[in-house]
Design a protein around this ligand. Structure first.
Ligand code: ATP
Ligand code: LTN
Length: 333
């Protein structure tokens, strides 16, 4: 990545399972499209992933697959850095520091913490609670101007901004205060089994999520089973969560507006519509899946890539961390 005056982007995704269509439409496709205009730094947030217990072999496999899949989606190592969070130790170090500038009350209000505490009631660990301070560290280490995320991460991004503003206020301007980028369509793709819940990588119901690596026949089966309503009219309206969700997905992958979709399916039933959504999604994912297989067959290339990116990221991160330590009053080495 060359040194330029371009604005900087940071974003990350957890290697907590197979990447879903929600992750892709809400966040990842923007990671790719921003690469021309911005200096982009991307990471696999494996430190965040262990806030929920992970089986070691599965975590290793999910991390390698997520790396390959993001390259297949178009993350371009000639333009961007793309590394594994735990390879750049400054993230954990700044996270500790930021913990001391984050209030218990602020963290208690995070809806993701409340949701995940309910879901993992046997393991409400301190990391799950302080997760947003680590996310703030990820972003603030690189002076990111813009952070492409899905709607579910808006609250965490706002907290990162508050932490940056607070630190800058106590000392002197240190951190760039980041803006979130949340797309107009696709920011919140819902579960196909329960369209009032967001589609999530870690959902146990296989029919709830479309994974980027699903076979075309599985994609079609899941869309055909998707929960809708009994009106049998393809139109975007309040209360039609299932249809609204399918329309959002169809619009993202075809580029058609809601009006165009309503016209296309005027007088036709949900069966036709679901088949069209399944076909469009499968066609969109086919070239990504093919590239994914090619990257997975070249582990040496992936290893070299994430090591080189981590080294460059670490250089940038260290400068920021040293500055933060100086401002706080730590004695230098
Ligand atoms: P987990 O189930 O382990 O919490 P997740 O599927 O929620 O994982 P993350 O790794 O937490 O995924 O998120 C990666 C990116 O994808 C974030 O920017 C997040 O906002 C976005 N994202 C996650 N789920 C959706 C969704 N259903 N619709 C749109 N964007 C999403
Ligand atoms: N918490 C995010 C993943 C994440 C992230 C980040 C996103 C970790 N660090 C920094 C943007 C910027 C999530 O998607 N659940």
């Amino acid at each position: 990545m060359e040194q330029t005056n371009k604005k900087r982007i940071f974003s990350a995704i957890q290697p907590s399972g197979v990447i879903t269509l929600g992750n892709y439409l809400g966040a990842l496709r923007n990671w790719v499209s921003f690469q021309e205009e911005y200096e982009c730094i991307y990471a696999l947030a494996d430190l965040h992933t262990i806030t929920v217990r992970q089986e070691p072999a599965a975590l290793r496999k999910n991390t390698m697959e997520a790396y390959a899949l993001l390259l297949a989606c178009g993350v371009d190592l000639d333009k961007s850095l793309f590394f594994i969070q735990s390879h750049v130790h400054q993230h954990a170090e700044l996270a500790w520091i930021l913990n001391c500038y984050t209030q218990f009350g602020e963290l208690s209000r995070m809806t993701q913490f409340k949701d995940k505490s309910l879901k993992h009631a046997d393991n409400i660990n301190a990391g799950l609670f302080t997760y947003p301070a680590l996310m703030a560290a990820d972003i603030l280490l690189y002076g990111a101007d813009l952070v492409p995320i899905g709607a579910d991460q808006k609250q965490h991004l706002e907290l990162a901004r508050d932490i940056a503003i607070r630190f800058n206020g106590i000392y002197s301007p240190t951190f760039t205060v980041p803006e979130g980028f949340i797309p107009k369509t696709g920011a919140r793709i819902m579960s196909l089994a329960d369209p009032t819940k967001k589609m999530s990588k870690s959902d146990e119901n296989v029919n709830a999520t479309i994974c980027l690596l699903d076979r075309p026949e599985d994609i079609m089966r899941k869309f055909k089973r998707a929960v809708t309503d009994s009106e049998a009219c393809v139109r975007y309206a309040e209360g039609k969560d299932g249809i609204n969700n399918l329309m959002g997905i169809y619009s993202c992958v075809t580029g058609k507006s809601y009006e165009e979709i309503e016209k296309e399916f005027d007088g036709r039933g949900y069966g036709d519509f679901k088949t069209a959504v399944g076909d469009a999604v499968a066609a969109h994912l086919a070239p990504i899946q093919e590239k994914f297989r090619a990257y997975m067959a070249d582990k040496a290339f992936m290893e070299k890539s994430y090591r080189e990116s981590a080294e460059k990221a670490s250089y940038i991160a260290e400068k920021m961390l040293a500055k933060v330590k100086r401002k706080i009053g730590f004695v230098g080495k």
